[in-house]
Write a protein that binds this ligand. Sequence first.
Ligand SMILES: Cc1cc2nc3c(=O)[nH]c(=O)nc-3n(C[C@H](O)[C@H](O)[C@H](O)COP(=O)(O)OP(=O)(O)OC[C@H]3O[C@@H](n4cnc5c(N)ncnc54)[C@H](O)[C@@H]3O)c2cc1C
Length: 445
Amino acid sequence: MSKNVVIIGNGIAGVTAARYIRKWSDFNITIISAETKHFFSRTALMYIYMGHMRYQDTKPYEDHFWEKNRIDLIHDRVTGIDAAGKSLSLEQGNAINYDVLIIATGSKSRFFGWPGQDLKGVQGLYGIPDLEAMETYTKDINRAVVVGGGLIGIEMVEMLHSRNIPVTFLVRETNYFEHLFPLEESQIINQEIRDHHVDLQLQTELKEALGDNDGRVRAIVSSKDEEIPCQFLGLTTGVAPNIGIVEASDVETNRGVLVDEFLQTNMPDVYAIGDCAEFREDGIGYRRIDQLWYTGRHQGKTVARTICGVQQRYNPPLFFNSAKFFSIEYQTYGTISAKPEEGIETLLWISDRKKELIRINYRKDNQQVVGFNLLGIRFRHALCEKWLLEKRTIDYVLTHLAEANFDPEFYKKYEPELVATYNRQNPDNPVQMAPKKGVLANIFG
Ligand SMILES: Cc1cc2nc3c(=O)[nH]c(=O)nc-3n(C[C@H](O)[C@H](O)[C@H](O)COP(=O)(O)OP(=O)(O)OC[C@H]3O[C@@H](n4cnc5c(N)ncnc54)[C@H](O)[C@@H]3O)c2cc1C
């Protein structure tokens, strides 16, 4: 029997669910979204502002894709969920009935009630409206301040820097990103930020924003009682699940929409996925709330399977993330803790110019590699993932490391240095690198 599946939110989680439900069923599918009619890559927002891409370049699918795949798009805001009556109310359109509902409403910027946070020119960075506001409020300004030392914060700093706007960057911690980065990685990025003439102020918080007579920000006061004049204030102090409409319904929430391991809420036929979902209990290998692109995609696919009749438990993929800090690319695979861990050994190599870093963590007891951190160097994703899933030892990984590298320059210069570092630390168990063979043979072999 055909069902009406309705999805709130056209981000990576909702769209992935729709695509797989179409692949595996003949159900009617409707996606409702308020931000944009079509799905776009949120992670590419910065490149629109910086002029590297236009909005239309960030859409992974052509506009005709949706009609061709019989996925109806409604560009409207859901204002209420009647989970008992299985219907949704919309801001502009008529109410919509559903048989199955997927809540994929994403996140919103999180502010902490600072005096002046509602002034004009004060904002976060999450979606297209933020980009539009940023366009308006960063025209012809003399200085901007960005608060919050995470991935979105540094993106906003780089965006402003690309338009030659001097930036002061307030980071509460002792080093940039130190809650996720080991000290050496943080120090390299601190330096990279300063090399770009950004006024990085560590261990400094926002106290308040001061306005002018038009209600526009004119300065901030830092926790060190310094008044810093600025006409734009970016607040990138984290995101929170965007669940306002869900809180007003019978669907249970905590910080996010509460789901079990099948991504099912407390209400029949109502699921939640992506940034807005919160698992009721810690699972093996997953966090309560994951606000990441690749986990949203994985949850979308998992929930599609269940809705199409094959109940599927959420089994998170291996942890992966990538980013760019000005000119330094970053990749991480598996588990790398910010602080040294009991039972875990680290192999660390940093280039003399301190722009490249390789960290490989492995278990002391059986030598199994558990994670990679890379700065300024890229390894092949599929190969790192394969080694981690196959529980390869550090000897094995170092022996085959040549296969992981994209960069011929690195291949010649840095790889022997990493192996030499290992051999110096382990004189009784030296490793010899194997010459590079076909990459495909390594991935599929
Ligand atoms: C600037 C930036 C950079 C990022 N970089 C990375 C990165 O490098 N790597 C990474 O893994 N992750 C990154 N992320 C996080 C990643 O983009 C998110 O985890 C992911 O986009 C969340 O997808 P989602 O489908 O859960 O929700 P979203 O993409 O937020 O989509 C939800 C949609 O639902 C809509 N919606 C909400 N409520 C309603 C309603 N009531 N009615 C109608 N529509 C509604 C919203 O407007 C939104 O369009 C970044 C995020 C940002 C903001």
